[in-house]
Every structure is written in C-alpha cells, then in structure tokens.
Design a protein around this ligand. Structure first.
Ligand code: MSP
Length: 547
C-alpha cells in the first residue's frame, strides 16, 4: 500500500475522503462460498476496487477489504451435498473460485478475510463476550420462520405466495422457496433498544445510508420498530459456526459472525493501532438485498460495543436477468470469465461502471457490452490514443514536441481537462462512479473533436505550420496523460499501456496524484515516446455471438 500523503490541493475533499489520517477504508460484502461467483458478485467487487484505487490515486492510505462468508446452514448443506466437510468445501471454493475472481477482474485488495480464520473467530467471540457481559445479550426462545438461502429470520411480511411446486405455501420473496419453521432456545441481541438511537444517528449523519432511496427505505423500516435479534443457533440443529463463548451448546448466527469481519480483519481485539488507523470505514459497499443488515443491525451492534458505526453504507442495485436479480440458484448467473475471456478485465470494469448508475438496478446484455466496447473504448479512447501517439512517431520521430503559443482551441482542451478532473473527483466522493466516467468522457470526446478540427495531417504537409503541428500534438499528448491518470482506477491495464507509451520520466502512473492531474504541461518536451500497445483490440463479432 503506498504510504503517500495527500497533496495540499486534496484537503478540500468531501468528508468521506477527508477522514482522519487521510485513510480510506472500503469494504465489499463477504461472499458465501456455497457457489462460484457470477457477474453480480464481480460488480460489487469492481465498484469497491474503483473507489479504492481512485482514493489511492488521491494520495490517501486506501485499504480495500474483501473476503468470504463460510459458516452457516447454507454452506453446511452444500458441503454435505458434495460429500465433503464444510471446511474442505470452503477451502476448495476459495482457492478455485473466489481468489481467482480477483485476478479475473483485476482487483487490488489489501486483505482477504475468511470467516473460518482464527483472527476472525476468536475476536468474534471477544465481541460477543463483551456484549454479554455488558447486558446486551440474553437467553430467550424463538419461534418463527427462517430462510436458509438468505440465512435470515423472516416475518410474515417478508413472505409471498409460492408458485409451481410450492403453490399453496408461503415462500421467501427472494428465493421463491419455502421457509423453515424454527422453535429454539436462543440468545438474543437487544436490537429493539436501538430503534430510536439509530433514527437519531441517521438524522445526524444524512449520508450514512446512500443512495437516498436506500436511506428512505431503511428509515421507514426502523420507524416501524425493531425486534430483538436471535444471534445463536442450537448445536442440536447444526454446528457449522463459531461457538458462543459462554455456552458451547450454541453457535453464533452466521450474520452476526459475518458482519464482524469488517473489524476483525483490521485488528479489532488484537491490533488496536491498526484498527484505530482504519476504523470507521469510509464506505461499505453492499447490494441492496443486504442493506438492512448493514444499515440497521450492524450499526446497532457497534453502538452496543461502544464502537463508532462506519461513515457510509452504500446500497447498490442488482444486475437483472429477465427483470429478476441474477442468481446462481435461479440458474441465471453468468461467470465473469465469460466476459473477460473475450473483452478483457478493463472492458468488464468499464462496462458495468458506465452502463449502470451505481445505486440503481441494471440489465446486462451482450449487445450493449459489445456496442459500448466498440464505440466508447475501442473507437473513443483507444483510437484517440493510437492515432495521437502514431502521429508523434510519424511527424516527430517519436520525440514529444514542445508546444508553441496556445490558441483558444488549445485552451479549451486544457479547461475541459481540468474540469473533467474536478468533476470526476467530486463524483467519486459521492460514489457516483457512472458520473465520474461521464465527466472523463468529456475529455475523450473533446480530444477526438480537437483532432478532427485541427487536422494535424494537413498541418504536417506545410513546413510553415510545423510549430502549430507541434502544439496540437503536444496538446493531445497532454490530454492523454490526464486520461491515463483518470482511467487508472477503472481500466488499469489500458492506463498502464498508455502511460508506458507516454514514457516521459514523470515516475510511475500510480504516483501521479489526481489533485495535480489537471495541471497542464507536465510531459517533458524532448522525451521519446514508445510505441503504444493496442488498448482495446478489435473483437471478432462471432466471438460475442458464440456466447
Ligand atoms: N454473505 C453475505 C454477505 C455478508 S457481508 C457481512 C451475502 N453473500 S452473497 O454472496 O449472497 O452476496 C453478496 C453480495 O453479492 C450482495 O450483497 C451483492 O453485493 C452481490 N450480488 C449478488 N448478486 C447480485 C446481483 N444479481 N446483482 C448485483 N449484486 C449482486 O449476502
């Protein structure tokens, strides 16, 4: 992790980035290991990674945590169906599916936590014991419905009429499968005491839950009052989980265990210095399906333990197939590698961040992906870079010419570049990743337009216009420099290729501070440019049709 400090220009950032010691701690949900990842999971990962990389490019201490949720009945049943122990099943899925996913979509995480690790298990127990000792946990009895797919206790309002094989029964609205009746003696967390405290917290921290639609939904849910939460299961029923420290006939409810990953991974209970340097998290990215766990139960657990809640929980939308949430259990999951094998990880990352407003649902289609790849990446950015750099090679032997006097058109490019940097940066502070890309594309479009209008190939025919040609190509090269810095978080492979072609002795791309990116005239004239590797190669159309 780079240990750079933010430059003075960066201090005026939104509160999200201006947290103590300029640290930026972002988390993804930890994923169930009952199955292999699909593009819905990858979508969450990419968004969190883009935020983390962007903040790192600002010079902040950026820390991305992701990992796997390995306990609970769902995993136990999957392992049993596959005739292996749950630990063996989890190990296999982590090694063969979840860690490789990070490579497939180019995630630069700082840590990966598994809930079966000792650093997690023992500190979950520490947390529980603390809450028990301070009177927030009591023994009681539970009677009600449980959905193993959601690993969640369901109220009647959460159930709908079943269809097909389940006609006549009440089923979980998310999984369309019947729930299970539970009647157990359990331990309960006094969640009901937190309704008013949470409402006051939401009021005092209007950005805690984002987007606003998610916030409104949670606020009205909490206004209806909260019930205490069963946080243990009897081992008579199943035993794949963390022992309740004061009663080993019970294991911890999987969500109570899982939520704590966000603090056990960064030293809660054993490395207080590290914990203090990262907590509270800057933004916790979650799908809207698990927003209530993160925006209601999680802050209440933390408040009970005397720990500050995270600064923000961001609930993003779903990738839909046929109008429904894409899911493996409904056989609608698409493996991320199906896309990256053809289009590459950069295109995967760009596509999902650009095509869907973060916070809203979106439908994936091969046609849309293909069209955007062609129009925005290959023709928009890729072609701009290749023809600009090729002209410097052709007309100046690959040596970056110095700019002469700037015309109004040149100054307009400079202004648009600087505005794009500020607008994109502000958008990232608001977790509006799509808007950041829209802002960046104002520069891509402007540069393409600039080349069309300036016609450097015409200038090149007239020796008297040599200085003007130099200024035009210097301007496009500078514009590409800005784009390399701006796109490093979203399309890191393409940005790195662009940077190595621009060469230029400015140090590594990762070391370029965003706050400084819009300052014009950084590429040293006289530097030799390298050839540019194609950023977004042409894709054979039948490769996409074959899917
Ligand atoms: N293990 C829990 C989370 C515990 S966090 C303390 C869990 N895991 S999950 O694997 O089922 O899903 C995790 C996340 O994957 C969802 O919240 C969401 O972020 C993402 N997605 C799963 N399917 C998705 C879509 N179809 N679309 C978008 N995101 C999706 O819940």
């Amino acid at each position: 992790m780079p240990a750079r400090q933010a430059s003075s220009q960066l201090v005026k950032m939104e509160p999200m980035s201006a947290n103590k010691g300029q640290s930026f701690y972002v988390t993804t949900p930890i994923f169930y290991v009952n199955d292999a990842p699909h593009i819905g999971h990858a979508y969450t990962e990419v968004a969190a990674d883009v935020l983390a990389r962007w903040h790192r490019q600002r010079g902040e201490q950026s820390f991305l945590l992701t990992g796997t949720d390995e306990h609970g009945e769902k995993i136990l049943r999957t392992a049993a169906a596959n005739k292996v122990s749950p630990q063996q099943w989890a190990d296999k899925l982590v090694e063969e599916a979840w860690l490789p996913l990070l490579e497939t979509i180019d995630i630069q995480n700082q840590d990966f936590i598994r809930t079966t690790e000792p650093r997690h298990e023992k500190n979950v127990q520490k947390f529980l014991q603390h809450l028990y000792d301070t009177g927030f946990i009591y023994r009681g009895s539970y009677e009600g419905n449980y959905c193993v797919g959601c690993e969640e206790y369901k109220t009647d309002a959460d159930l709908i009429d079943g269809e097909g094989a389940f006609a006549g029964q009440q089923v979980c609205a998310i999984h369309s499968k019947p729930v299970e009746k539970l009647q157990e003696t359990n331990y309960f967390f006094k969640l009901s005491e937190y309704a008013d405290k949470l409402l006051a917290f939401y009021e005092a921290n209007p950005k805690f839950i984002q987007p606003d639609s998610a916030r409104n939904e949670v606020v009205s849910f909490v206004r209806r009052g909260l019930e205490d939460l069963s946080i243990s299961r009897s081992k008579e029923k199943f035993d794949w989980g963390i022992d309740i420290p004061w009663d080993d006939s019970h294991i911890t409810y999987v969500w109570f265990d899982a939520l704590l990953n966000y603090i056990t991974a960064i030293g809660y209970g054993e490395d207080e210095e590290k914990f203090a340097s990262l907590w509270p998290a800057s933004v916790q990215v979650v799908g809207k399906d698990i927003l209530r766990f993160h925006a209601v139960i999680w802050p209440a657990m933390l408040m009970a333990a005397g720990i500050e809640p995270p600064k923000q929980v961001f609930g993003h939308g779903w990738l839909l197939v046929g109008g429904e949430k894409m899911s493996k259990s409904k056989l609608t999951g698409i493996a991320p590698s199906q896309i990256t094998d053809t289009f590459g990880s950069d295109a995967f990352r760009y596509y999902f961040m650009k095509a869907i407003a973060f916070g809203q649902d979106g439908s994936f289609s091969w046609e849309d992906l293909s069209a955007r790849y062609q129009a925005e990446l290959a023709n928009g950015l890729g072609n701009l870079a290749s023809r600009s750099i090729a002209m410097i090679h052709r007309y100046f032997g690959g040596v970056l010419p110095s700019a002469g006097e700037f015309s109004e058109d040149d100054r307009k490019v400079q202004q648009i570049a600087s505005d794009a940097v500020s607008a994109a940066d502000q958008a990232i502070s608001d977790v509006a990743i799509q808007d950041a890309l829209t802002a960046i594309w104002t520069l891509v479009d402007e540069l393409n337009n600039y080349i069309t209008v300036q016609e450097p190939w015409v200038l090149a025919k007239d020796e008297a216009k040599r200085e003007r040609l130099a200024t035009v190509l210097n301007t496009t090269a500078e514009g590409l420099r800005v784009l390399a810095v701006l796109m490093n978080s979203v399309t890191p492979k393409a940005a790195a290729k662009l940077w190595s072609a621009l060469g230029a002795g400015l140090g590594s791309l990762d070391a370029q501070l965003l706050g400084d990116a819009g300052r014009w005239g950084q590429l040293p004239a006289g530097a030799t440019l390298a050839e540019l590797e194609p950023l977004f190669p042409r894709i054979e159309t039948d490769a996409t049709e074959a899917k």
